[in-house]
Design a protein around this ligand. Structure first.
Ligand code: H2U
Ligand code: ZN
Length: 349
């Protein structure tokens, strides 16, 4: 099977969504090294007086950020979802259907330092962010109307991120969003059929095959998933089949911090640039009964394709049919795995 998949156009099944991707490996058979461009070096001050996330600065709502030493969480001043929304459903002619959505949106500054990103932060500092994610998840889940909690980071101007100050977001809401619904269905069906989580079986297969593995440590496995759509997409899977971050032990949280550091350093090193991505955890719905079929994982969806500025576009056939890629997930895994473990900028210092 391996040889065939290296040569012939084929589709692969995304186990988590039930959807397919198209792989066209014959279009990118040449061995290829990441092209490094001479970009103006990204030098930011440790403190930017005009940044709404830096300590002591004013935000859009007129409030002033505290002089925070580690991370800082606040309710988004332009929240997409509002806590005081009343539940209601609209239906017209059986065809025009709408429903109100209630929620809470928060912003987390990962560090008081304006000039850092996760790969440049210490593992100890990342571990503090993991603690905040866990605390926020636990507290938000205490609102019994909340059913889904999305913890994510949207990084880089190319991704539409408005501010380079390291930060992420949490959106908690009253219904399950589309991606969670798809994964809920796929994982539930698998669990009902096998009595084990889909990702615990998938994890074993990837550990055995090794060709898509990037990091394999005590508590986490990082792979380019067999069905990856984005060129350098990765999936972080917890070895223990826990359904959400509230169940992580101290040792697991410490290992997650280390894993995120090692993965994002490798990402930055591919093109010697601050690697943009959208990344986020997929976790079981809360206040929704038993969720044994859910297995915590985190997706990284980076847009870059050939260089620090050439991104992949999900357009044309991909908008109308399904995602397509040239470079195989196996080749992408090899490229990420072989990156140095030291951040390229620390070599420059
Ligand atoms: P990005 O990750 O997309 O850059 O979003 C940062 C969020 O910060 C964005 O959702 C919020 C925006 O609404 N924000 C504030 O909450 N307060 C501000 O003063 C500016 C931006
Ligand atoms: Zn800042």
């Amino acid at each position: 099977m391996k040889n065939t998949l290296e040569d012939i156009p084929h589709t692969r099944l995304n186990l988590l969504t039930g959807e397919k991707i198209l792989v066209s490996p014959h279009r990118s058979k040449r061995p290829w090294q990441g092209q490094v461009e001479d970009l103006p070096s990204d030098t930011r001050p440790a403190y930017d007086p005009s940044c709404y996330l830096c300590p002591g600065n004013e935000r859009a709502d007129g409030s002033k950020n505290p002089d925070y030493p580690e991370s800082f969480v606040f309710v988004n001043d332009f929240s997409a979802l509002l806590e005081d929304t009343q539940e209601a459903r609209f239906e017209d002619a059986d065809l025009l259907i709408a429903e109100t959505e209630r929620g809470i949106c928060k912003v987390i500054a990962f560090s008081p330092r304006h000039d850092l990103t996760l790969p440049e932060m210490s593992i100890e500092a990342i571990a503090k962010v993991v603690d905040v994610w866990q605390d926020e998840f636990i507290h938000l889940a205490q609102h019994e109307w909340i059913r889904s909690i999305q913890i994510f980071e949207n990084k880089g101007a190319i991704m539409g991120c408005s501010n380079p100050h390291p930060h992420g977001q949490i959106w908690a809401q009253s219904h399950l969003p589309v991606e969670i619904l798809k994964e809920d269905q796929q994982q539930r069906t698998y669990y009902q059929q096998h009595g084990r989580t889909l990702l615990s079986d998938y994890l074993n297969v990837e550990q055995e095959k090794k060709e898509r593995v990037i990091i394999d440590n005590t508590h986490f496995l990082v792979v380019v998933p067999f069905w990856a759509a984005w060129p350098y997409e990765t999936l972080v899977i917890s070895k223990r089949a826990v359904s959400d971050i509230s169940q992580f032990t101290g040792a697991e949280k410490a290992d997650l911090a280390k894993t995120l550091s090692e993965l994002t350093i490798r990402y930055d090193n591919i093109f010697s640039t601050s690697f943009p991505y959208s990344a986020g955890m997929h976790q079981a719905p809360v206040n929704s009964g038993t969720q044994n079929h859910w297995h915590w994982h985190m997706h990284f969806y980076p847009p870059l394709l050939r260089s620090a500025t050439v991104k992949k576009f999900m357009v044309g056939y991909e908008m109308l049919g399904n995602p397509q890629r040239d470079i195989t997930p196996e080749k992408a895994a090899e490229i990420i795995r072989n990156q140095p473990e030291i951040h390229y900028k620390s070599k420059l210092k």
